[in-house]
Design a protein. Sequence first.
Length: 195
Amino acid sequence: MALERLLSSLERDAAQQVDALLAAARARAERVTRTADEQDARCKSETLEARERAQRAAVELALARARRAARGRVLEARARLLEQVFGAARDRLPAAADSQAFRAALPARLAAARACLGDSPAAVRCAPALLPALRELSRETEGLALQPDPAIATGFVVASCDGALEVDETLERRLRRRRPALAIAVLRALEEQAS
């Protein structure tokens, strides 16, 4: 009987050890599974976040490129429009040179150009159509030599006799000098009309 009790006690102890080992193994397996699940979830989350960041960056880059391309097209269209406007203005310069307003401003323009050269003698090259008017004006001014120049369509150029200084009072040159300010005014006017 003692042997049976001893065997029974050993079986109980063995069963308890087996149960304890199984419980420990199950607990460890649960911890390993939980840790693996957490790592898997973290990895999935990080992967999704990385993909979302990459997609957002790609979308932002595509938007930036599209905006830059659109701005480029707008700038090109504005440049073409301004070229048309200034081309039309250049086409009207000969008519402007024949206007009463232009002829009335000639004395002041010639005096201002002459003042830039001081008292030194000067040569005036002018559009052939302006020669009579400038000849009349130059009678009051000493040291001016007049010369018609078919290359000048509108206005005149006053130059020192040594060629060191030249004042260009042609309408073409005046239009080029004023182009930046006029371009801003034209574009502003267009924007106001569009609104």
